[in-house]
Design a protein around this ligand. Structure first.
Ligand code: NAD
Length: 321
């Protein structure tokens, strides 16, 4: 069995490799070659932590396994650790034997950023110029970096519930040579693409804050009860997701569906657009929304890439297990 420790991940995988792995697995999910197992996510009643398992099997990429981990909201403040903690385990699909254990923290950020980036590639207008960020925490910086690779953006605007965190995303914009402007929520009307990545349980972005023709990637809502955008905004958009079953239960669309504003059958998988079986955006004025709930297969896909690279570079730790 191989171990690839967290400290090695940054030197192994590029955002381009993460993007391609996620794009491929979304396509495999839509063509029926890959499926996710039901998610287990529990409030464990200790340290306010949410802990769980996301797994799946990808026949095309030949990955089987799970990510175990979750969210400890006080980690950063009390322990100097990031709030997300996770580990990926891969198994041999032919025998069930464990193949590898891989640090999953950086991979989670990269695969989540890759998901919204894939959605921007396929759903945003080609001439998108202004990108709006809602959220300025750990994930937001990865999201913005990956998004900037997809279009010739000329400006970044941002809003955050805790405005003192906005310099986190300003730094990414500055590094990319782009101006950054803090805005209020109605100011998001200027954005051609909006990424929302917060841990909110009530909506910030309302239907009338967003202009026609915008692409919104809702990336923060991955649990029942969380909500970043008004249900009426989801209902106004053409909605895509990584996986419909998760979108309607733990994703952003859960609220619009519960309120009867959106039917499950109105939601399509992004993989269908990648595979060419769904047209995606059909007009510049169309509002598109990607409900990125985060699927286990994304984790397995990027972890498998990391294991291959670690073996090639001779840095995978081999244990007799
Ligand atoms: P973080 O703790 O570093 O940042 C939290 C962000 O949420 C900050 O911008 C903060 O200001 C904002 N926020 C907190 N309370 C808020 C409120 N009441 N209203 C509006 N904004 C509020 O967390 P992070 O690591 O950046 O993760 C952000 C979210 O993304 C979490 O909900 C996490 O579960 C989710 N996430 C989703 C996926 C996925 O695949 N979809 C993957 C990883 C993380």
């Amino acid at each position: 069995m191989l171990i690839v420790p967290e400290r090695e991940i940054a030197g192994l995988i590029t955002s381009k490799a993460a993007f391609e792995a996620v794009e491929d697995v979304f396509a495999a999910m839509s063509s029926g070659d890959a499926y996710n197992f039901p998610v287990v996510r529990e409030a464990i009643g200790h340290k306010d932590a949410l802990y769980g398992f996301k797994g799946g099997f990808d026949r095309a990429g030949f990955t089987l396994g799970l990510k175990a981990g979750g969210y400890w909201p006080n980690n950063l403040e009390k322990h100097g650790l990031i709030n997300h903690q996770s580990t990926v385990f891969l198994f041999d699909p032919d025998t069930g034997k464990p193949v590898a254990m891989i640090g999953g923290n950086l991979l989670t950020a990269l695969r989540t950023a890759a998901a919204s980036s894939v959605s921007i590639k396929y759903l945003a207008r080609a001439d998108a110029k202004v990108i709006g960020m809602i959220g300025a925490g750990h994930q937001a910086t990865f999201q913005l970096r990956a998004a900037l690779e997809q279009r010739a953006f000329e400006k970044v605007i941002g809003w955050n519930f805790h405005p003192e965190m906005l310099p986190n995303i300003e730094k990414v914009a500055t590094e990319a040579g782009l101006p950054f402007e803090p805005v209020d929520l109605p100011g998001m009307a200027e954005a051609d693409v909006i990424i929302s990545i917060t841990s909110a349980f009530s909506p910030s972005l309302m239907a009338d804050h967003v202009s026609d023709g915008t692409h919104i990637a809702c990336m923060g809502t991955d649990t029942k009860g969380k909500q970043e955008v008004e249900a009426a905004l989801v209902a106004r958009a053409k909605v895509y997701t990584d996986e419909v079953a998760q979108s309607v239960t733990i994703g952003e669309a859960q609220h619009a569906v519960t309120q009867g504003l959106l039917a499950e059958s109105d939601i399509a998988q992004l993989g269908e657009v990648i595979n060419g079986t769904d047209p995606g955006r059909t007009a510049d004025a169309e509002l598109t929304l990607f409900d990125g709930t985060g699927v286990g297969l994304q984790d397995l896909a990027v972890a498998a890439v990391v294991v291959d690279l670690a073996v090639k570079k001779g840095i995978a730790i081999e244990v007799d297990f």
